[in-house]
Design a protein around this ligand. Sequence first.
Ligand code: C2E
Ligand code: MG
Ligand code: MG
Ligand code: MG
Length: 283
Amino acid sequence: YQAKATGAGSVFYTQSLADDLHRRQRVSDRFKLALESDMFHLVFQPQVRLEGGSFEGCEVLIRWRDEELGAVPPSEFIPIAEELGLITKLGEWVLSQTCRHMSDWAARGLSVPGRVAINISAQELMSSGYVANLEDTVASFGCDPSAFELEITEHGLMQDILAGKEILNELEDLGFRIAIDDFGTGYSSLSYVKHFSADQLKIDLSFVRDMMVDPASNAIVAATIAMAEKLGMQSVAEGVETKEQADALKAMNCPIAQGYYYSRPLDAQDFEDTWLIPANGTT
Ligand code: C2E
Ligand code: MG
Ligand code: MG
Ligand code: MG
């Protein structure tokens, strides 16, 4: 009986592994096509100041709706893009599209206050010529480096600390801002934080999600905010979904928040209509 149950389990396991591989192959194939034919778009999620609620900037997130697969989340296709060696090309697309939106808004007297944050994969950051390309692209759209923030995951930075540090320094010298994303999930020693002079520390949404029910998560959030402040970094709480979370974060002196409680990520037109106000107040 036992053996039979185990046998059935392994058949099931083999089947689901095969399904996973099949899905991965399908996503890879469709991804290559999507990249050739410009099938992605960007969404924008505002960041707000917890005290007073002012609009302080936004994060750019990529979206892909495939004709055959439907919506494929970035958590699924970004690792595939990395594996295929296509993340640099995808990153260039994200950057130039972001610049295109920003210069289009600027031409119409609209702008994002603070910074526009873009996610950068570690593989992209470490690729040769990355900094020069970034600089050229931003300049070619007439954008200013200081309008951008580059979000790099803590995990990504830990892969090659010395190289990462050198590139971040180059980027900062050019005026780009740096954010450490998903802070708390990278299995790194806290002492590594001091190697990276980042402007922002983004507290991973898993801690924010659990902070009202799990004392350990609550303590980690509070400690991260206090540490960031002492190190001269601005903390951003990711994934804020409720007023209770917002109030608790405010009580911990967290300066900035981002999450569904304030706004879902919005497509360019909705973002413009809802959050971008003409500087001179006319239309
Ligand atoms: P991330 O940079 O940590 O982005 C935050 C994620 O949390 C986004 O998921 C966002 O849609 C989601 N989110 C925002 N507010 C809430 C909330 O209140 N509750 C919950 N549950 N989730 C919230 P998304 O867009 O699916 O992106 C997932 C990850 O994929 C990102 O995590 C980032 O690591 C990566 N990614 C997204 N866009 C890009 C891109 O253009 N380039 C690169 N290299 N990576 C990207
Ligand atoms: Mg991010
Ligand atoms: Mg994050
Ligand atoms: Mg993340």
